[in-house]
Design a protein around this ligand. Structure first.
Ligand SMILES: Cc1ncc(C[n+]2csc(CCOP(=O)(O)OP(=O)(O)O)c2C)c(N)n1
Ligand SMILES: [Mg+2]
Length: 483
């Protein structure tokens, strides 16, 4: 009889052959979503790395070209079996008893099927029957929607302001509005946020005004950061929102530390920290997950997997089934959620928060979404992805439209309110830009303040040198910044 590994290899060859033949259909099968909140873990199977051409079909977008499409027994479960007659013998080892086996078996790097994606609303905003979810009140649902709409209007105008040269840099959140805003709705305002950079929706939810956003983009006297950060690097002490850091993933180990301190202080709060798919390749991501798991820190790691890290596609980013499976390696419960379904995001984050606080443990949430805009105003995403792909996500998988259809069907929202909201927001944003433009800039001295109680000699020297340089070359210094 052929050994088990030989039979498995033959099956793999046959599957690969079939996949090449049925490719497209197989990919469709993989993008199926589910609506249960009880998933505990899993992994996938991979084959030869495949470079994804920019023209690749958007239908199989998250299916990944290296993943198998056929159904098979979960190899993950096999990890725990030792059905070879030696199961009664165990090694007593730190962390628990380990069963012996005589079968030489390498653990599969991945599973056949991809981890399902939790969703509640279909693409047309219909609530999927039998859904298991945290109820949302009319008040919260309408606020989620009005925040998403306000954000959309604000985002579009700020982006245009950058194109007109009025501000130096901008990043849109288009396509990912639901993640920031619905997660903020599920959290308490006492929970501490350590953001990446595409979650200003959390700030909007917590009361950061349109004027606050505009002031930060201009770096004027109204900016609580006193103009020391690039545009988009929002922060608010009052709203428990750490200032954005450009350096990818540094917020994650910090979030584990903040969460640990909340636990030591016996606070009934948690930390929510955000990261993009690209950031999960940083060492900080792995250190943070491990640290949080070992220290049992109440932190919800929310990964916005939007398929791209600037121009790097996810299939070139990792070979695992996305991010959700990485929780298992660190002993962290994880869930994959449809990031374009605000109701599912709200429900999953609320459940994650409850577990984090009551059980003192971290949770990993992978939200599948799509960045409809360019990475930033320094990027042109049409150079590495097709217009069809962008249009598909913008139109057919739009998170804001989907949620609106649901609240309209519930009788919570009507067209008239929509028109008023958009027109009022537009006026407010334009007004905020004008005010920000006219507001004075912070004095030069602020560049050297607020880090040390007493300025150290090197900073004293640097400030002196800068002032001398400004005096020598006044024409090279911006006239609107008071010395
Ligand atoms: C440590 C570090 N490395 C590289 C960069 C440059 N950088 C800025 S954003 C980014 C991509 C991050 O991935 P992701 O969040 O998935 O990107 P997005 O979805 O926003 O395009 C990179 C490489 C950085 N800011 N910090
Ligand atoms: Mg990304």
């Amino acid at each position: 009889m052929a050994p088990a590994w030989f039979t498995r290899s033959l099956a793999t060859i046959a599957r690969n052959y079939l996949k090449r033949k049925i490719g497209f259909v197989g990919l469709l099968n993989q993008s199926v979503c589910t609506s249960t909140l009880s998933y505990q873990g899993g992994a996938e199977n991979i084959e030869t790395p495949h470079r994804r051409p920019a023209s690749c079909s958007y239908v199989g977008y998250f299916a990944g070209h290296r993943l198998k499409s056929t159904k098979a027994a979960c190899q993950f479960d096999q990890l725990y079996s030792s059905d070879d007659g030696t199961k009664n013998q165990v090694l007593d080892f730190p962390g628990g008893k380990v069963a012996y086996t005589t079968e030489m078996r390498f653990i599969a790097g991945s599973n056949e099927d991809r981890v399902p994606c939790y969703r509640l609303l279909d693409d047309n905003g219909n609530l999927i029957g039998g859904s298991n979810f945290k109820q949302v009140s009319e008040e919260v649902a309408v606020k989620i929607y009005t925040n998403m709409t306000t954000f959309q209007v604000m985002d579009a105008i700020f982006y245009e302001a950058q194109r007109q040269g009025r501000i130096s840099f901008y990043l849109t959140t288009a396509g990912e509005e639901a993640i920031g805003i619905a997660s903020a709705a599920a959290l308490s305002t006492e929970d501490v946020i350590l953001p990446q950079y595409r979650e200003p929706g959390v700030l909007l939810w917590r009361g950061f005004t349109i004027q606050d956003f505009a002031n930060q983009l201009y770096g004027n006297n109204g900016d609580s950061g006193k103009g020391r950060q690039m545009p988009m690097h929002y922060g608010s002490n009052k709203l428990n929102y750490f200032t954005v850091s450009s350096t990818i993933a540094t917020q994650l180990p910090q979030a584990a530390g903040v969460a640990y301190s909340l636990k030591m202080e016996k606070k009934d709060t948690c930390v929510a920290t955000y990261i993009g798919d690209g950031g999960t390749s940083e060492g900080d991501f792995h250190a943070a997950l491990n640290f949080a798991a070992v220290m049992e820190a109440p932190v919800v790691f929310i990964c916005r997997n939007n398929g791209w890290a600037i121009s790097t596609h996810v299939t070139e980013q990792f070979r695992s089934d996305g991010v959700v499976v990485k929780g298992h390696a660190y002993g962290i419960q994880a869930i994959r959620v449809d990031g374009n379904d605000a109701l599912a995001v709200y429900s999953a984050i609320q459940a994650a928060r409850e577990i984090a606080i009551t059980e003192h443990r971290p949770i990993l949430v992978e939200a599948l979404t799509y960045r409809v805009g360019h990475h930033s105003t320094s990027d042109d995403s049409t150079k590495y992805r097709s217009l069809d792909e962008i249009q598909y996500w913008k139109n057919s998988r739009n998170p804001v439209d989907r949620f609106r259809k649901w609240i309209e069907r519930n009788g919570w929202w009507i067209e008239k309110e929509e028109l008023e909201l958009r027109s009022n927001t537009r006026k407010q944003v334009l007004q905020a830009l004008q005010v920000a433009e006219k507001t004075d800039m912070p004095q030069l001295k602020h560049l050297f303040a607020d880090v040390y109680d007493v300025q150290p000699p090197n900073l004293v020297e640097q400030e002196k040198q800068l002032r001398e340089t400004v005096n020598r070359h006044p024409q090279g210094y911006p006239s609107n910044v008071p010395v």
